[in-house]
Ligand binder design. Structure first.
Ligand SMILES: [Zn+2]
Length: 144
């Protein structure tokens, strides 16, 4: 990335295309824009312009670039927190929905099994074992 220093306010403007004419900060026309430079150097290319007129990322003073990086860091941090919050909420809702759903489903299925077994009770399973019936015993946590 190359930057063009604004002669008016000193802002470092990113030169990502040939049409960077106005300063992003003070909105004034920069006299070292590519179009005005090319009038004096008609045989030269945009790449030469960037190399001769603009300053590269390595040359750019770190102080001028810092606020943008800091802002990006905050943006990434905010997005990460927001993503986690959304994931947590969605995950919790889906989790509780399916858990409740499956518990009710299992209880219903068990009750169905019991009814079916009890229909044919009491019955002799073998010569000495008699099945009187089936019943659902709730988990110990529910009995408290
Ligand atoms: Zn400016």
């Amino acid at each position: 990335m190359h930057y063009l220093v604004c002669s008016n306010c000193g802002h470092l403007n990113e030169v990502n295309n040939e049409f960077v004419e106005f300063c992003f900060k003070c909105k004034k026309k920069m006299d070292s824009s590519f179009s005005s430079w090319q009038i004096q150097n008609p045989e030269k290319t945009f790449e030469e312009y960037k190399r001769l007129v603009c300053i590269s990322e390595e040359e750019a003073p770190q102080v001028a670039l810092k606020p943008k990086r800091k802002f990006r860091l905050w943006l990434i941090l905010a997005l990460t927190i927001a993503t986690f919050a959304v994931m947590y909420t969605v995950g919790y809702r889906i989790g509780s929905y399916y858990f409740t759903e499956s518990t009710q489903k299992i209880e219903k299925e068990l009750a169905g099994f019991c009814t079916e077994i009890n229909r044919s009770c009491p019955t002799m399973i073998d010569q000495i074992t008699r099945l009187d019936g089936a019943l659902i015993i709730p988990p110990k946590n529910d009995q408290v």
